[in-house]
Design a protein around this ligand. Structure first.
Ligand SMILES: [Zn+2]
Length: 289
């Protein structure tokens, strides 16, 4: 995967902002390069675009088709440019738009077999393809491997996406750090990771204790401290950027999440790893791996 991209152009609107990972920050990316952008983040809806050439994968579809179309427009993309939806799990904020987008765009939803069976009604007459966790499959130029994550959903997974040595790991809703994630994150250049809550803000915050306990459990959500541990554990390899997502609007603050992870990396001599935060309901820049 190219890290320079100098002098090559991609067909995107001039309003698009690029960040090259390890390359020239001002250069537009190669159209065939692995590009990734968080289009929506937080409990109101999650969606991530992974693109290379004509292949546009949507990781999660927590937005309506209309909201997604608005998010794609600045990239000069429409719903019909999408290739497939990859589903991490069936919770509303990750899947509520999947069936509608699938039907409108004429593209398949990829989920585990267990989720496909359990969500027959939710997926209605959308086309559903299945994958098995830890068995790689291909869509266009991407090799995709789902891996299990601990979360209170039917069969939750994260994704390892790779293209010619460029690798990204997406781990959205989960409550604890386990080997399948850490193993895959070690080789990735980009880690898109949940940093849901600050422990102190959650404990002192307004949620009832049964909700707090659910969030705190190993099948709940990830704290800033645990995200920091994951970043440090992953940074022994190629890691260049950690993108923190799915921040709680109530139990977290973007600067707190960023600094917790950044300081943990710096303490281990890993200050070269860039840490960025996507605010609740916000988007990331278009990243090029
Ligand atoms: Zn969830």
């Amino acid at each position: 995967m190219s890290e320079d991209g100098i002098g090559r152009r991609v067909s995107s609107s001039p309003r698009t902002t690029y960040k090259m990972m390890g390359g020239d920050p001002g250069a537009p990316p190669d159209g065939t390069a692995f590009q990734i952008k968080v289009l929506a983040s937080g409990s109101a809806g999650n969606a991530i675009l992974a693109r290379a050439g004509d292949t546009c994968l949507l990781v999660d579809a927590g937005l309506s088709a209309d909201a997604l179309a608005r998010a794609l427009a600045p990239l000069s993309l429409t719903l019909s440019d999408l290739t497939a939806i990859l589903l991490t799990h069936e919770h509303d904020d990750h899947a509520r738009g999947a069936a509608g987008i699938s039907r409108q765009a004429g593209i398949p939803i990829f989920s585990t077999e267990t989720v496909a069976r359990a969500c027959r009604e939710m997926f209605a007459d959308a086309r559903v393809e299945t994958f098995r966790p830890e068995v790689p499959f291909r869509i266009g130029p991407f090799t995709i491997e789902a891996f299990p994550l601990p979360h209170d959903a039917i069969d939750p997974v994260g994704f390892h996406l790779s293209l010619d040595g460029a690798r990204a790991v997406v781990a959205l809703d989960f409550g604890d750090l386990e080997e399948p994630l850490l193993e895959r994150a070690k080789g990735a250049q980009l880690l898109i990771l949940e940093a849901n809550y600050d422990l102190h803000l959650l404990r002192e915050g307004p949620y009832p204790w049964f909700v707090k306990n659910r969030i705190l459990s190993r099948r709940g959500h990830l704290s800033n401290d645990a995200a920091a541990k994951a970043a440090v554990a992953s940074a022994t390899g190629n890691l260049q950027t950690v993108l923190l997502v799915h921040l709680s609007e109530v139990n977290n603050l973007a600067p707190l999440a960023r600094d917790t992870v950044k300081w943990a990396l710096e303490r281990e001599g890993l200050g070269h790893v860039r840490v960025e935060v996507v605010r609740p309901n916000g988007q990331s820049p278009l990243l090029v791996i």
